[in-house]
Each structure stands twice: as C-alpha cells, then as structure tokens.
Design a protein around this ligand. Structure first.
Ligand SMILES: Cc1cc2nc3c(=O)[nH]c(=O)nc-3n(C[C@H](O)[C@H](O)[C@H](O)COP(=O)(O)OP(=O)(O)OC[C@H]3O[C@@H](n4cnc5c(N)ncnc54)[C@H](O)[C@@H]3O)c2cc1C
Length: 412
C-alpha cells in the first residue's frame, strides 16, 4: 500500500552522511552548500578506557598516513590522489590546520620503472639502490631489489585525525550539523515531503532523523549494521591488520630525520610501507611500518572486528616487521616497540566503490589501504553524486567505481 503524503513539516535533512571518518568528513564539507541542509553522523574516537564498550571503530585512529600527489602504481588512483592532494593543500590553507609533511616518497624493489604509472614518472627520479644510499646514507633497500622511484615533491605523510578535524570544522562553518552517534539502521520511513519519500536514520542515542538522501561513508563497517537496503550483500572484504612502531631515541632522530615515506614492490612476504620518525601523542618519536597485503586476517562479523581492535598482533609478526625495518634503516637502535590494530576495507577492483545503491542511498567505501590519500577527492565525488550532480566522476569511468554485489539490492 502506498504511504500517504504527509508533507512532512518537521526537520528534514537534504543529505545525511553516515560515517564521520576521512571520506564522510570530506563529503560533508563538499556537500554543505548554501541552501542545502546536511548532517554528518558518526561516533568520535573512543578514549582508551571506553574501547571495550564500543563496537564501531575506524581506520583513521592514528597520526600518520602516507599521502602523495600521484599514488604511483595505478593510473586511476593517481588521478584521484592528484586531485585529493590539491584538496588537502586547500583545506590546510582555509582552516590553518597543518596536515601535511612533504618529506618525499620512495617506491623501491624490483623493476620499479615498469610498475610506476606515466604521470608519476613525470615527477619521479629513477634510482638504483646505490642511488638511494647516496641520498639517504642510512637506507639500504638493495636486498629487496635494485631499483627505486623517488617522488621528491608533493609526497610524504599527513595526520588523519587532523584531516578529519579540519574537514569537519570546515563543514560545520558551512552549516553542517555534526552528530556524535552510531547509526543502527537506514530505512524507508513511509513519510514524504512534497511527494518525495524520506529515509529514516535510526541512531543509538537520539531520536531518528529524516533525510531525502543518505550517503554511507562507513568504511569497513558498512555491512555490520542495517545500513544497506534489505538483503543486499556487497562484494567487500574487511582485513584485520596492524602497525609496528619503533621508538626513535635522540641520537637516531638526528641521523634519520630526513627519511622519506616508503613502499616496497618486492617478494610478497616482504612487502610493506614505512613512515619516518613522527611525534606521537605520548611525546615520543616513532618510525612506523605495516604489511602490504600479506599477514592480514579476513574478518566477517561485528564481533570479529571488535575483537580485532581490542587484540594485539602475533609477537612473531611484530618481530618480523621490526627486523624488516632494521634491515633497511641501518644502524638504528629502537628504544621500544609499540603496536596498533586497524582494519582495511577491500574491494575486488582495488578502487573505491562510489555508487548509488538505490535512488535514495549512495555509498563511498573501499580505501584498499589508500583511503587517506584519496579522501578529499572521494568525498567530493560522493558529495556531488548524492546531490544528483552530472559530472561528479569527471574523467573516471563510473563503471570503475560501481559497487559490486554478491546479492544486489532488489530495486537495482
Ligand atoms: C594500519 C593502516 C595504515 C594505513 N595507511 C595508509 C596510508 O599510509 N595511506 C593511505 O592513503 N591510507 C592508509 N590507510 C587506509 C586509510 O586509513 C583508510 O582507507 C581510510 O581511513 C578510509 O577512510 P573511510 O572514511 O572510508 O573509513 P574510516 O576512516 O574508517 O571512517 C569510517 C567512519 O565510519 C564510522 N562508522 C562506521 N559505521 C558507522 C555507523 N553504523 N554509524 C555511524 N558511523 C559509523 C566509523 O566510526 C568511522 O569514523 C591505512 C589503513 C590502516 C588500517
């Protein structure tokens, strides 16, 4: 039976964005235009003592992520990072919040030239392992391959917590309501406004909200609450992963402070990314590394994800990655070793899903380990898509960003 048009007169958002992480916060800023009522809903980062009582976490609870103008190994990702990098620079300028440290980036390993996409090559400097050592005397990448591509400018690391803060501050200044809560479900409300059906967004702590359109930017957690149309199942994976941080003492800090960010393209067991000494909230400096695609665990339920965030990595893996870093950063004596747990969302395409799953609900998910450096641009694309924009994808074929399903929504 068709619900009556109540011409709803209560508060209705034009766009409700679920997920106040890197992508949702960017989408909130880009969507918040004059004459449009937008809200962004998501839980703020839990304090240590509150973690056991939480079930929704995020992939950005850290102070450093590698970011660069050209991602480097994939053309489409590089088109998006090219725009996202510019967006981050603009965000820095407009908010006055420092986000980015352009320390340079090195891709190292076997036959790096063949892996690097043409637009990144234009800015890169092809080096041998010896050439890396000439520039950075404490770095020895030779055992992992004899080639490297140095991206000397517009590459380095940014603080994801600060990016989220800056995006949200900018969104709030444009009138976006930011709501600190978890969404339990998104459903058709049965209410209409001027003939247009409204979605109901049920939150944990407050009264349900009504919105004309809902954009899900819920990262790895997208299928863990009732956010998608009934019985929809995305082809989408959640990989439990971790980082290892090695504390840098004063003497070493002086020696290795010029270190760039690094990613390897070598044998699958040794693939990793590394970040230079960065100050953490405890006031100490750490170099950080994490696995490429290996040594991760596929997680499938809310309980598994929660347990992962509350656990510690296998000590043998911590040792493996500590040794890996020490095999490259020569003469470094870590003062202590710390670890952090995280999750990566994976799509079979390796690209984000930015797509509508019904006429009222869209999504932007699937960082595939690159979500920080893509964030400003994916947020922009998703904001324009959910608002009904024509050219949101610019020169990137929409087909490449289409969500893939195990069970598609019945209305598609
Ligand atoms: C260890 C690690 C290292 C990484 N390193 C890099 C790197 O160097 N460079 C890089 O570019 N990328 C990196 N990434 C990837 C990057 O951090 C992620 O791709 C990025 O955080 C994805 O952004 P997102 O907004 O999609 O997800 P998130 O940042 O996780 O945000 C999703 C948000 O949705 C919220 N949410 C979920 N469910 C609900 C709900 N039901 N109701 C309300 N809110 C909800 C969450 O609380 C969260 O805040 C790394 C990831 C990990 C785990």
């Amino acid at each position: 039976m068709q619900a009556a048009d109540l011409s709803w007169t209560g508060m209705v958002y034009d766009i409700c964005i679920v997920g106040a992480g890197l992508w949702g916060s960017s989408a909130a800023r880009h969507a918040s235009l004059p004459g449009r009522k937008v809200c962004l809903i998501g839980p703020s980062e839990p304090q240590e003592k509150d973690r056991p009582s939480r079930d929704i976490f995020a992939s950005h609870y850290d102070v450093s992520r590698t970011v660069r103008k050209y991602q480097g190994s994939d053309h489409i990702r590089s088109l998006m990072t090219m725009r996202a990098y510019k967006g981050l620079q603009e965000l820095e300028r407009t908010t006055g919040i420092q986000l980015n440290a352009a320390v340079g980036h090195i891709m190292y390993g076997k036959d790096i030239e063949s892996i690097t996409v043409p637009i990144a090559k234009e800015e890169g400097v092809l080096l041998t392992a010896e050439g890396v050592r000439e520039r950075y005397p404490y770095l020895d990448t030779s055992r992992y391959g004899d080639t490297a591509m140095l991206l000397p400018v517009d590459a380095g690391h940014a603080n994801p917590r600060m990016i989220v803060r800056a995006q949200q501050e900018a969104a709030a200044l444009r009138g976006c309501d930011i709501i600190d809560d978890v969404v339990q479900s998104v459903e058709e409300s049965g209410n209409h406004t001027h003939g247009e059906p409204l979605m109901r967004v049920v939150i944990e702590k407050g009264r349900p909200l009504l919105a004309k359109k809902v954009l899900l930017c819920t990262g790895a957690f997208t299928q863990l609450k009732n956010l998608l149309p009934p019985s929809t199942k995305l082809d989408f994976g959640i990989d439990g992963t971790f980082t290892v941080r090695l504390e840098v003492g004063e003497d070493d800090l002086e020696k290795i402070s010029s270190m760039p960010t690094m990613t390897s393209f070598t044998d699958p067991e040794s693939n990793c990314y590394m970040l230079p000494p960065i100050k953490y909230p405890d006031g100490k400096y750490y170099v950080k590394l994490g696995p490429g695609y290996q040594d991760q665990r596929r997680l499938t339920s809310l309980k598994e994800v929660k347990d992962w965030f509350l656990s510690k990595p296998d000590p043998k893996l911590v040792e493996k990655y500590r040794d890996l870093l020490l095999s490259i950063v020569k003469g470094f004596n870590p003062m202590s070793v710390k670890t952090d747990m995280c999750v990566c969302s994976r799509t079979p395409t390796g690209l984000p899903y930015c797509d509508m799953v019904s006429s009222k609900v869209g999504l932007a998910i699937g960082g595939n380990g690159f979500g920080a450096m893509l964030s400003d641009e994916v947020g922009r694309m998703a904001a324009e898509m959910i608002a009904g924009g024509e050219n949101w994808n610019r020169d990137i074929p929409r087909e490449m960003l289409k969500a893939q399903f195990i069970t598609p929504p019945s209305n598609l």
